[in-house]
Design a protein around this ligand. Structure first.
Ligand code: SAM
Ligand code: GLN
Length: 308
């Protein structure tokens, strides 16, 4: 019959659109591995464990030992949401809300680029140089994002101060949160602004930067996980990917102490043009390779006043 004035029976919406709470933690992990596997994620089991570990703030191995423990509603909701976000294509680090970088566990979300393994090598260049040259003054990280470079230098180095800059106030908020969670005696000073504007009155021993260096076209070809989730402004640079690098190579020397170091992460495909721009701007420069054997780090000293 057609509709009557009587109210419709209650729908069972909540039972359809959400999964019932699994009885045990083991069942929850089994569901997660199946869900991630069903969308083609090859490392579905380790990823499920990683998500479990960050949601419950426990060692993933603890989950293996506690597979028969009952599942609480609250943990299940948070775990299921994180698994669903990952299954829908969000990068694992964002779904977890954390990323490892050198000795640090950093909070990350869509306001900041997820730190890349090659950037760990950029930090190493600065630490090695400072140690070899006995330079312990002020170091600046231009475009700090999550704060990964600046905070690693504060924790692992022996600088008097680290200055971290970014044009993005949103990124800076994440970096400042990360700083609050990191134990270091070195002051890290966060300043919003473009290029060297935030350090215009400071003379630096070293400048380190992982600037945007991807072309607009390359960005369109990046994996969906990067293209749809990571901040475009953190990756794309005009002038065929070279605008930020050119601006930094033109201006950095004015802010550096004699014999100071400028080190940039560059795109492996454009290491040669980066060296050329460095030479034209009075730098003595060389390229070093990253852990994947790709030309990646541009190390520069003022040609008249230091050596690389
Ligand atoms: N340092 C972080 C890392 O290595 O993961 C983030 C690097 S990300 C490739 C570049 C960062 O530079 C972004 O956080 C972006 O907001 C910032 N940025 C872009 N243009 C800038 C500019 N002109 N001056 C300072 N920072 C800039
Ligand atoms: N290497 C980064 C990538 O994965 C690019 C980082 C940058 O633009 N600085 O795309």
């Amino acid at each position: 019959m057609r509709s009557s004035t009587r109210s419709a029976p209650p729908t069972l919406k909540s039972e359809r659109s959400t999964n019932p709470v699994p009885a045990t933690q083991g069942e929850a992990l089994g569901w997660a591995a199946g869900r991630l596997g069903s969308v083609g994620i090859r490392e579905s089991r380790p990823e499920s464990l990683a998500l479990w570990g960050t949601i419950t703030k426990s060692d993933p191995l603890a989950a293996l030992r506690a597979a028969r423990k009952p599942m609480s509603d609250d943990t299940w909701e948070r775990f299921r949401d994180a698994v669903e976000r990952r299954a829908e294509g969000e990068p694992l680090a964002y779904a977890m809300g954390t990323a490892g970088f050198r000795t640090l566990d950093l909070r990350v979300d869509r306001r900041v680029l997820i730190p890349r393994p090659e950037t760990e090598g950029l930090v190493q260049r600065v630490l090695d140089w400072a140690e070899a040259e006995g330079r312990h003054g002020i170091v600046a990280d231009i475009g700090t994002g999550s704060g990964c470079i600046a905070l690693s230098l504060a924790v692992e180095g022996s600088f008097s101060r680290v200055i971290a800059t970014d044009t993005s106030a949103k990124a800076m908020a994440v970096a400042a949160d990360n700083a609050a969670a990191v134990k270091s005696d070195t002051l890290v000073d966060f300043r919003v602004g473009e290029f060297f504007e935030p350090v215009r009155e400071t003379t630096l021993d070293a400048i380190v930067t992982n600037p945007p260096y991807v072309t607009g076209g390359e960005f369109e070809d990046l994996d969906d996980g990067v293209r749809l989730y990571e901040p475009r402004d953190a990756l794309v640079s005009p002038e065929n990917g070279m605008w930020h690098i050119r601006r930094i190579l033109e201006d950095a020397m004015d802010h550096l102490n004699p014999g100071g170091l400028l080190v940039l992460e560059v795109d492996a495909r454009r290491a040669d043009p980066a060296i050329d721009i460095a030479g034209r701007n009075g730098w003595s420069a060389k390229i070093e390779k990253d852990v994947f054997d790709r030309p990646r780090y541009l190390l520069c000293n003022p040609a008249h006043g230091g050596n690389v």
